[in-house]
Design a protein around this ligand. Structure first.
Ligand code: SDX
Length: 376
């Protein structure tokens, strides 16, 4: 019978393919993009350089970086057909549903550069440039603001902030968002990247693959956790209530969002960096409310469950300080991970193999039509 091996639920520890994009050392807590440690990249590079690195396998020369920046800037304008689609969406829609629908609609209105094949790099850059504008258009409409014309001179991070909050960020804010975008850009075969590769492995197009990925990232066990973390902090409200609220959640066998990871057995290195940035931005704003709650939350969850924070614990504290509403946090994750998703799709196109695991069938066989079904 097919599937004679052991069942690995959730494909835990199953090596599905070889990749040159990202390496995670879960024991040491190291994350590497194309050979570079993200601590080095977070300290010294920009999101545009990291996107280039993920797509092309090497960091850009100054001329290549200038060319990429110019291309992304020209692509920031929302095509008219797409703008009309976004404007017809209900203002109460979740931004992740808006993004998933917009990506799918873009595959209809801008079908070129969608692959399958190397041409998909064009679609990858178009999506990377447009996601902040898509989110900004929807958010400003639902809050009664006018769509902003994207300023080509802004860095990608500054353009993302201005699109969402309607003002230019401070230098520290822009750098904090740039670092957050670097940290979220890829993470090996996480669920949403895997969903994108499964779609691409059928020779489907880039927009279909990214639509699969956006729908997958929305789940609270994956990208949606950062929004749930902030809901928990708003439920807790004060540092002295952290212990009672968390212990009650754990007693109900509920998950505390922002903690634990399928691969990291120590602290997620991205959480380490984001903790520091949430402190730095909080100090600039003289508002360490969320930071103090999160530090106490870490102490209690680690003592009670031995769990470490993951990337989703501190990201929302940074975004909140910039005035970004909680339901835009996972879309910001997507605005970064689009670089990794599309790098995985391009790699799949280059070395294609239909992804189709098997299942062990444990249901009945040999039933006869009309005979009384055996009740399980
Ligand atoms: C991301 O894959 C990636 O790389 C994802 C990501 C990326 O960059 O793409 O890193 C981004 O998705 C980060 C994770 C964000 N999600 C959350 O913060 C949701 C809360 N975390 C958990 O649901 C959980 O830790 C997972 C889903 C992240 C990982 O779960 P696993 O590997 O399937 O572990 P498990 O569910 O088997 O749990 C093992 C034990 C269980 O205890 P027992 O039932 O055996 O007693 O640990 C417990 C779990 O109950 N546990 C938690 C917990 N996480 C695990 N208990 C309370 N709170 C948690 N957060």
């Amino acid at each position: 019978m097919a599937g004679s091996g052991n069942v690995q639920r959730g494909l835990e520890d199953v090596i599905a393919l070889e990749s040159q994009i990202c390496f995670i050392d879960g024991k040491q807590g190291r994350l590497i993009y194309r050979g570079y440690d993200i601590r080095d990249l977070a300290a010294r590079s920009t999101f545009e350089e990291v996107a280039y690195l993920l797509w092309y396998g090497h960091l850009p020369s100054p001329a290549e970086l200038t060319e990429l920046r110019a291309r992304l800037a020209t692509l920031r304008r929302v095509p008219e057909a797409l703008g009309e689609t976004i404007d017809r969406m209900p203002k109460t829609a979740h931004p992740m549903d808006v993004l998933r629908t917009a990506v799918s609609a873009l595959g209809i209105s801008e079908p070129e550069e969608a692959g399958p094949g190397a041409s998909a790099i064009g679609g990858a850059q178009r999506l990377t440039a447009l996601i902040p504008a898509i989110l900004g258009r929807f958010h400003r409409r639902r809050t009664g603001g006018k769509p902003l014309s994207p300023r080509p001179e802004l860095s990608h991070a500054a353009y993302l902030v201005e699109a969402l909050v309607g003002r230019a960020p401070t230098e520290l804010e822009a750098r904090a968002i740039d670092v957050a975008l670097i940290l979220h850009a890829d993470h090996e075969l996480n669920a949403s990247a895997f969903a994108a590769r499964v779609t691409a492995s059928t020779l489907s197009d880039l927009y279909s693959a990214v639509t699969s990925a956006v729908g997958t990232l929305k789940g609270p066990l994956h990208g949606g956790a950062n929004e749930r973390v902030m809901e928990l902090l708003d439920e807790i409200r004060t540092v002295d209530r952290v212990e009672e609220v968390v212990r009650a959640k754990l007693a109900r066998r509920e998950r505390v969002m922002g903690f634990g990871h399928r691969v990291y057995k120590v602290e997620d290195p991205r959480a380490t960096i984001l903790r520091d940035w949430s402190r730095r931005v909080g100090e600039e704003k003289r508002d360490l409310h969320y930071f103090d709650l999160l530090r106490r939350l870490e102490e209690v969850v680690h003592r009670e469950k031995g769990l470490y924070p993951n990337v989703d614990l501190y990201s929302g504290a940074v975004y909140s300080l910039l005035g970004i509403p909680h339901d835009l946090f996972t879309p910001i994750f997507a605005a970064s991970r689009i670089a990794g998703w599309t790098a995985h799709v391009l790699e799949e196109y280059q070395d294609l193999r239909l992804i189709r695991p098997t299942a062990r069938y444990v249901g009945p066989v040999d039933l006869v039509y009309g005979s009384p079904a055996v009740r399980g």
